[in-house]
Design a protein around this ligand. Structure first.
Ligand code: ATP
Ligand code: MG
Length: 431
């Protein structure tokens, strides 16, 4: 047994894995509810995928020479399975597996849930973290790119989170190889100055060097050529239309030629929502177009685009703003004094809950003073005080906690009738 000095050693959560406890969870709900509301406005349907997938799904889609696949995945080597590090690959796997393209030529899907990456835990960077992820499959229209970015911007604005939108295009298999060559030549001259990761990857994945976070690498690529000068005709046109769309609906953005994203599947539009308030965890959300990915995963040729928002970072930003968390408040606390009154209160509280009200009581036979304290803590609108002698006379006292007014009310025999008349008297909220 694992005892030290007679006291069991506490078992703590793993490093980088966090509980979300009452007091915090309200902000999570606010983020999620706001998102669900906006996703609904834009006609997205929810999809939920399992957390474990075949390892090959991620190495094939995200790319072997990326941070995620090289060093961040939780993989069970003996089983060749991996805890999903992101949502897009799983979502596309499900989309292909269930032939969702047959039902609807354009699918607008979202999913919300935990992702797993073995990174160095710090503020806003965890090993289990949560994303809200949206994907549009089946349209190559630049309007869709614009619409998605506008939806992300609208969501962040409704949450009151200040971000800037950074935009780039990564071209396509037509024009990217040419740019890659130009970039390789540029990098070759500076290879000795780069970090070990960049040195190693510069030949296999030179674009990765552009967004390395190492300040020395950043300095080296300051003057690097821009992919935006190397886009083919159709990629250039697509990118212009995306920008025009953003301007048409007043979504503010800036171009960032260094943004290549940490996943290999992107083509054309890529974007990030950046905050200035979270240090190096600056990206609150990011995404882009991946017109070849469905095919790579064995599905039909299908263009797609999506983005994911990091929920931990959104919650941190809301906490920093010290937003008041709105507590819903209990409708009715039934304070029973004495065993008989408690026996009476129990089915009454249950009936109130069946009617859709938030009701509470004390099961421990505590004093009236203690029960009033509990009612206050729960922000109860009303307290019904039931004493044994009043109960015998079919009476109880109803206290309006806001106005402090008290009135005698009659207890009828049927709990249900009583609850209903009570509800009318109190003009309580029924959901
Ligand atoms: P970063 O550059 O911060 O590592 P990323 O490019 O790896 O981010 P994506 O793969 O684009 O992130 O994931 C989308 C969003 O998910 C990010 O913008 C961020 O808000 C969030 N996110 C990514 N990794 C983590 C993590 N380890 N902990 C918390 N949030 C994360
Ligand atoms: Mg990362």
């Amino acid at each position: 047994m694992n005892f030290s000095g007679g006291i069991a050693v506490k078992i703590k959560a793993l490093n980088g894995f966090k509980d979300i406890i009452p007091g915090e969870v309200e902000l999570w709900l606010k983020v999620e509810q706001t998102a669900r509301n906006i996703f609904n406005r834009f006609n997205f349907s929810e999809i939920r995928m399992p957390i474990l997938e075949k390892t090959d799904l991620f190495s094939r889609s995200i790319g072997e020479a990326t941070d995620i696949v090289e060093k961040e995945m939780y993989t069970f080597v003996d089983k060749q399975i991996t805890m999903r590090p992101e949502a897009t690959a799983s979502l596309l796997r499900a989309y292909i597996q269930h032939g969702l393209y047959v039902q609807k030529p354009i699918q607008r899907l979202f999913t919300i849930g935990p992702m797993f990456r073995h990174e160095r835990p710090q503020k806003g960077r965890l090993r289990q973290f949560h994303q809200m992820d949206v994907e549009v499959l089946g349209s190559a229209n630049p309007r869709v790119d614009t619409e998605l970015m506008a939806m992300g911007a609208m969501l962040l604005e409704e949450l009151g989170i200040d971000v800037s939108l950074e935009l780039n295009s990564l071209g396509c298999p037509e024009c990217r190889p040419g740019f890659r060559k130009t970039l390789l030549t540029f990098i070759d001259d500076r290879r000795d100055e780069l970090c070990d990761d960049c040195k190693r990857r510069s030949t296999s994945n030179p674009l990765r060097v552009l967004d390395c976070k190492n300040p020395r690498c950043r300095e080296q690529v300051e003057e690097a050529p821009s992919i935006l000068d190397h886009l083919c005709g159709s990629c250039g046109e697509h990118f212009s239309s995306v920008q025009k769309g953003l301007q048409d609906i007043n979504v503010v953005y800036s171009l960032n030629k260094f943004m290549v994203r940490g996943l290999d599947y992107y083509t054309r539009t890529t974007f990030e929502f950046i905050t200035a308030d979270l240090g190096s965890q600056a990206a609150v959300g990011a995404g882009g177009r991946y017109d070849g990915l469905v095919e790579t995963l064995g599905g039909p040729k299908t263009p797609g685009i999506g983005f994911a928002l990091g929920m931990e970072r959104l919650v941190l930003l809301l906490q920093q703003k010290e937003l008041e968390t709105e507590s819903t408040g209990c409708d009715m606390f039934v304070a029973g004094l004495g065993e008989k009154a408690i026996d009476f209160a129990f089915p009454l509280v249950h009936a109130l809950r069946q009617m859709g009200l938030q009701a509470a009581m004390d099961h421990e036979g505590r004093s009236l003073k203690s029960q009033m304290k509990q009612a206050n803590k729960l922000q109860s609108g009303y307290v019904l005080i039931v004493g044994e002698s009043e109960l015998e006379q079919g009476q109880a006292v109803l206290r309006n906690m806001e106005t402090q007014e008290q009135q005698d009310v009659k207890i009828s025999d049927a709990t249900d009738t009583f609850a209903r008349s009570l509800q009318e008297k109190c003009t309580l909220r029924i959901s």
